[in-house]
Design a protein around this ligand. Structure first.
Ligand SMILES: NC(=O)c1ccc[n+]([C@@H]2O[C@H](COP(=O)([O-])OP(=O)(O)OC[C@H]3O[C@@H](n4cnc5c(N)ncnc54)[C@H](O)[C@@H]3O)[C@@H](O)[C@H]2O)c1
Length: 315
C-alpha cells in the first residue's frame, strides 16, 4: 500500500465525486486525477476532497485535469462516470446517444493505455463495448460495473425479506445493467445453504415471492432516483470495489461487465456474468450453470444490448 497508485476519474458528477471520496476513504490511491468538461465543477470537487485530506487514512494528491484526458494515461485505473444523468429521465437507455457522444470525445485517447478502465456510465454494457472498440484495448482491461450494483440491490431485497445479513447472502443479478437484467435464482444461497433447501426446511422464512424480490432489485435505482435525481452511494461503492480488486490484485469473484466470447451462446458485446477481477482486469470469467429459464433471460438481455450497440456503432 506504500506504492504510488494513480487513479483517474472522468466525470466528477454525483458518481465520480463519490468514487473519489470512497477511494480516498479506503486509502486506495496516492494520486487521483480528476477530469470533467465543466472546469468550475472539477475545481470545486478537487478543493473539497483536498479539504477532507486530514480525515483520510492515506494522504494523496488530487489533481484538476479539466478536459486533459491524456493526463490519465499514466493511471493504474481510470473510472468512467462521464455523462448527463438528467437525460436518463428514469430510463438508462434514454442516455444512449448522449453518453455515446461523450465517450467519442475521450475513448480514442486511450489507444495503447496499459491500465484498467472501470466504466459506470449508462447504458453501461453498450458504453463498455464502445470503449473497448474506440480505445482498441485488450477487452479484459475494460470492466463494466454492470450488475455488481444490481446484485447488491438483490441482497438488499433478500435481507429485507429474510432478515439475514446481506454479507452472508450470495445472489447474482446477471445480464444487462438495465431493465432486462435477471436474478440467477438457481444459485442463491444464505451462508452455505442453497435457497432451494431453505424453502423446504424453513418455508415460513424462505418461501419468497421471487418475482417481487427480483423486481425490487431491478427497480431499486429508480426508488433512489425518484427522490434525489441520481444514485451515488451504492454505485460509487460498487465501482470502488472493482478498483480495489485491481489495485490490490485480490482476485475478487463478482458479477461485472465483460466482453462475451461465446458465453451461453453470447458474443461480441459486454454484459455481466461472474468474473475474477485482479491486477489485469477481468482475469477470467466464472460462468454459472444456468437453468433453461435463466438462459432464455440471458439471451433476451443480450439481444437488447446488441440492438443498442447497433444504434450507436461507429467502428
Ligand atoms: N452503472 C451504474 O450502475 C450507474 C449508476 C448510477 C449512475 N450511472 C451513470 O453514471 C453516469 C454519471 O452519473 P452522475 O449521476 O454522476 O451524472 P452527473 O450528470 O451528475 O455527472 C456527470 C458528469 O460528467 C461530466 N461529463 C460529461 N461528459 C464528459 C466528458 N466527455 N468528459 C468529461 N466529463 C464529462 C459532466 O460535466 C458531469 O459533471 C451517468 O451516465 C449515469 O446514468 C450508472
Amino acid at each position: 500500500m506504500g506504492m504510488v497508485t494513480k487513479i483517474g476519474i472522468i466525470g466528477m458528477g454525483h458518481v465520480g465525486a463519490h468514487v473519489a471520496n470512497a477511494i480516498l476513504y479506503q486509502g486506495l490511491a496516492s494520486e487521483i486525477y480528476c477530469v470533467d468538461s465543466i472546469e468550475s465543477k472539477v475545481a470545486c470537487e478537487v478543493n473539497d476532497l483536498q479539504d477532507a485530506m486530514p480525515f483520510y487514512p492515506r494522504q494523496a494528491r488530487v489533481y484538476n485535469c479539466h478536459e486533459n484526458y491524456d493526463e490519465l494515461l499514466a493511471c493504474d485505473v481510470v473510472v468512467n462516470a462521464a455523462g448527463h444523468v438528467a437525460q436518463s429521465a428514469g430510463n438508462r437507455d434514454g442516455e444512449l446517444f448522449c453518453t455515446a457522444e461523450e465517450t467519442k470525445k475521450w475513448a480514442p485517447h486511450f489507444q495503447g493505455y496499459e491500465g484498467v478502465v472501470v466504466t459506470v456510465s449508462n447504458p453501461c454494457d453498450v458504453i463498455a463495448t464502445m470503449i473497448w472498440k474506440l480505445a482498441g484495448l485488450d477487452p479484459r482491461r475494460v470492466i463494466g460495473s454492470g450488475t455488481a450494483l444490481d446484485s447488491a440491490r438483490l441482497r438488499h431485497a433478500l435481507w429485507a425479506e429474510t432478515g439475514c445479513n446481506p454479507n452472508s447472502i450470495t445472489s447474482w443479478m446477471m445480464g444487462e445493467h438495465g431493465a432486462s437484467q435477471f436474478a440467477a435464482w438457481s444459485h442463491v444461497s444464505f451462508g452455505a445453504t442453497p435457497l432451494a433447501e431453505l424453502e423446504k426446511s424453513d418455508p415460513e422464512r424462505f418461501s419468497l415471492d421471487k418475482d417481487a424480490v427480483e423486481e425490487a432489485a431491478r427497480r431499486g435505482g429508480y426508488v433512489t432516483y425518484a427522490g434525489k435525481g441520481c444514485t451515488e452511494y451504492s454505485i460509487a461503492n460498487a465501482a470502488t470495489e472493482l478498483v480495489k480488486a485491481v489495485v490490490q490484485d485480490s482476485k475478487l469473484i463478482t458479477p461485472c461487465g465483460t466482453l462475451l466470447e461465446d458465453v451461453y451462446g453470447g458474443s461480441g458485446h459486454f454484459t455481466s456474468i461472474p468474473c475474477v477481477v485482479g491486477k489485469d482486469g477481468v482475469e477470467r470469467t466464472f460462468p454459472l450453470a444456468l437453468s433453461e429459464v435463466e438462459q432464455a433471460s440471458f439471451h433476451a438481455s443480450c439481444a437488447h444490448i446488441q440492438e443498442n450497440v447497433e444504434k450507436i456503432r461507429c467502428w
